[in-house]
Structures are given as structure tokens and as C-alpha cells.
Design a protein around this ligand. Structure first.
Ligand SMILES: *Cc1c(COP(=O)(O)O)cnc(C)c1O
Length: 411
């Protein structure tokens, strides 16, 4: 490899592909929890420290010009970041992973990769920040987006144009937890030579692996379940496609939205218990969803794990579980929803999701307040809708908290 002239710059023709699967296929046979704990997390070869150190150095010694151990400058590559990328790639069943400073920075980098003049197809209830990026940033860079109802398969093909480069979906969606058939949309995207991206934040790699269903790129807001402790903002993209990887790796360095070594290390630590956390998130969510469904103080419960969910069958087909997010409509309106949210003691009134602690929020006035009233109405974000991020506390305690808050809110 020729020496780089600009510090930390990677000339696109000279990329060395870090194949995250190169260390043999041994771990391919191993289970999720084993990979989460061991892949990319070998003891430090110099000290035998069981937990890899945090590598804070911004620069790395070269033994001769251009001769080094794969690290030159920390924006381009950092050992602690590489360790996280290796683990998450194995868990998403991908060859390559790239970490970013937030889920939103991941989105920005991927969107930039399609270039001026590209067209994007997305779901009408995609994450608010992603919607904002498509509508208010990508449009200024010469890209335009068509938002469609991807639950109605007949309307999808009509949204494609000659220049459609990217299809961006989330499943389940937020906050109405509707599902998109990944396999079906991937087929349509590929027929039109478009790249299919799935934002897998809500499911985590433990419950859903979109690459296996035909997606080209999986993205996560690591901020949520992957880190899992509500103390890191970070993002990641995973792919099996070396061309896509090369382009994104170039942009990761060129745009520079990289996570710090400390955040990368915390995210690796979080990842080691993802399997245990997801099991408990789901156990609690299913019991709470069933409890809410029986309550006469609730008019509708939306949880893909309930038989009453209109896409329960699809949920069972494309995912290995249903996750920890529940939305429900309380009997009454805004007043009752507000009273409920003021009355819970374990469920904290806050935005975000995916942490060990239970959270509750009011989408219409909080996470989805930037949507127009019309848009909120179209995607079913009503004033009596409440979203729960069910944590991993003891089930009985969470049930008791919900019961007492419902009693206070609805009489
Ligand atoms: C939070 C979130 C994002 C954005 O991630 P940040 O880390 O907050 O930038 C993207 N998609 C989904 C589904 C999210 O929940």
C-alpha cells in the first residue's frame, strides 16, 4: 500500500478490505451469546488482559513509510472501534460493519453514497430523524424521496423511478409497530437495481437479521438496544456487499462521523448481554401486552407478539421474536394519556428506547411532534396513543405499575 499523503485519508483505489469474517468460520457454528462475548473480543496479545483495552491513541507508529499494523490515524481506523465492528458484523450475519457517531450519522453517510440526482423510496412512518434528513437535507444535495405505504404491496412499484437508488425501510415501524415484508420489498428493490436498507433498531440482531432476508445494508441506532444502557449515542451499518462497504468506508473516513474509542468500548460491553436483555425485554413486553389487552381501560394494544396484531404471522415468519416495544391507546383522549404518563412510577416519562430501564412516552406530543397533524393522523398517531419501551425489571413490578397508573388515569 502506498504511503498516504494526507493524514488519515484513504485513496479509494487503495482500500484494504477488513474482512470481518476472515478469522475462520469456527464461530459461524456458535450461538448468538457466544459470538457476542467472544468475536472481536480476544484477550490483549501484549498483556493477556481478558478485556481489550480502550485504544485512545490518535496515531500509530509506522516502522517504515506506509508500513504499519493496519492502523495509521484514528478517524480512518481505530482498534476499539474495529473490535465492536467485528462483533456486530458476526451477530448480523454480515461480512463488514462500520460504526458511526450516531444512528443519524449512519443515515447521512449512506444517503450521501447514492449521490446527487438519486431517488429514495421510504416508508411513510419512518423514524422522525430519518424523515427529516430525507426531506430537509438530502433534498438540498439533489436527492428526492417518495414516502409510500409499504404495507400495501400494490403501491410500492409505482413509487420507483428511473433514478431510484435506495429503498429505506423500518420494521416494525415507530410508533405504530406495523411490519414490512423485507423479503418482498428486497425483491422489488433489486428488480429496479436499488439498494435495500433496513433500519433494524427496534428488533436488534437478536430477533431479526435482514441480510438473510435480502437486505443489502442493515443499520442500527446503537444508542438503543445494542448499547442498551442509555449512556451512548452511536450507530452502525452492516453489509455483505464489498462494493457498498468500500464506498461507505471511504465516506466514514472522508465525512469523519466516527464514534469515540470510549463509546465503542461501552457499546462492546453492552453487546455482550444483548441476548439476555432481549429475552427479558420480550418476556416482560408480552405479559404487559396481554394484560393491557384484557383491561377495559385500554381500547387497543399494538404488539407484534399478540395474535390480534394484523401482521402476527409475518412477524413469526421473518423475525425470531417480537421485541420490547408496545404501543396502546388508552380509553379517553389526551387528558387520560397525560394522567397515565404522570402516574407511572417505574416507567419513566422520556423519549428514546431500548435501555434496561422501562420508559413511557406520548408520541403525538414528544417523539412525533414534528409531524404535521395530517401526517400523524395518516399513520395513526392519535392523542390517546402511548408508547412503552419495556425494560428488564421484574415482570410483576412492571405489571403493578401499569395497573395503578391505569386506575389513576381512567375512571
Ligand atoms: C433513535 C433512532 C435512530 C437515530 O439514531 P440516533 O443514534 O439517535 O442518531 C434511527 N432509527 C431508529 C429506528 C431510531 O429509533
Amino acid at each position: 500500500m502506498a504511503p498516504n499523503i494526507i493524514e488519515g485519508d484513504i485513496a479509494s483505489g487503495e482500500l484494504e478490505i477488513a474482512d470481518n469474517n476472515q478469522n475462520g468460520n469456527e464461530w459461524l457454528k456458535q450461538g448468538f451469546g457466544t459470538k457476542a462475548i467472544h468475536v472481536g473480543q480476544e484477550p490483549d496479545p501484549h498483556t493477556n488482559a481478558v478485556i481489550p483495552s480502550i485504544s485512545l491513541s490518535t496515531t500509530f507508529k509506522q516502522s517504515s513509510i506506509g508500513v504499519h499494523k493496519g492502523y495509521e490515524y484514528s478517524r480512518s481506523s481505530n482498534p476499539t472501534r474495529s473490535a465492536f465492528e467485528e462483533t456486530i458484523a458476526s451477530l448480523e450475519k454480515g461480512r463488514h460493519a462500520l460504526a458511526f457517531s450516531s444512528g443519524s450519522a449512519t443515515t447521512a453517510t449512506i444517503v450521501t453514497s447514492i449521490g446527487n440526482g438519486g431517488h429514495i423510496v421510504s416508508v411513510n412512518d419512518v423514524y422522525g430523524g430519518t424523515n427529516r434528513y430525507f426531506r430537509q437535507v438530502a433534498n438540498t444535495q439533489g436527492m428526492d424521496t417518495t414516502f409510500v405505504d409499504l404495507f400495501d404491496p400494490s403501491g410500492i412499484e409505482a413509487a420507483f423511478k428511473q433514478n431510484t437508488k435506495l429503498v429505506w425501510v423500518e420494521t416494525p415501524t415507530n410508533p405504530t409497530l406495523r411490519l414490512v415484508d423485507i423479503r418482498m420489498v428486497a425483491r422489488i428493490a433489486h428488480k429496479h437495481n436499488a439498494i435495500m436498507v433496513v433500519d433494524n433498531t427496534f428488533m436488534s440482531p437478536y430477533f431479526q437479521n435482514p441480510l438473510e432476508l435480502g437486505a443489502d445494508i442493515v443499520v442500527h441506532s446503537v444508542t438503543k438496544y445494542i448499547n442498551g444502557h442509555s449512556d451512548v449515542v452511536m450507530g452502525v451499518a452492516i453489509t455483505n456487499n464489498s462494493e457498498i462497504y468500500k464506498k461507505l468506508k471511504f465516506l466514514q473516513n472522508a465525512m469523519g462521523a466516527v464514534p469515540s474509542p470510549f463509546d465503542s468500548w461501552l457499546a462492546s460491553r453492552g453487546l455482550k448481554t444483548l441476548h439476555l436483555r432481549m429475552k427479558q425485554h420480550q418476556k416482560n413486553a408480552l405479559e404487559i401486552a396481554r394484560f393491557l389487552e384484557k383491561s377495559d381501560k385500554v381500547v387497543e394494544v399494538i404488539y407484534p407478539g399478540l395474535e390480534s396484531h394484523p401482521q402476527h404471522k409475518l412477524a413469526k415468519k421473518q423475525a425470531k421474536g417480537f421485541g420490547g416495544m408496545i404501543s396502546f391507546k388508552i380509553r379517553g383522549g389526551f387528558k387520560e394519556a397525560k394522567l397515565f404518563l404522570e402516574s407511572t412510577k417505574l416507567f419513566t416519562l422520556a423519549e428514546s428506547l431500548g435501555g434496561v430501564e422501562s420508559l413511557a412516552e406520548h408520541p403525538a406530543k414528544m417523539t412525533h411532534a414534528s409531524l404535521t397533524a395530517e401526517h400523524r393522523h395518516a399513520v395513526g398517531v392519535t392523542d390517546n396513543l402511548i408508547r412503552l419501551s419495556v425494560g428488564i425489571e421484574e415482570t410483576e413490578d412492571l405489571l403493578a405499575d401499569i395497573a395503578q397508573a391505569l386506575d389513576k388515569a381512567v375512571r
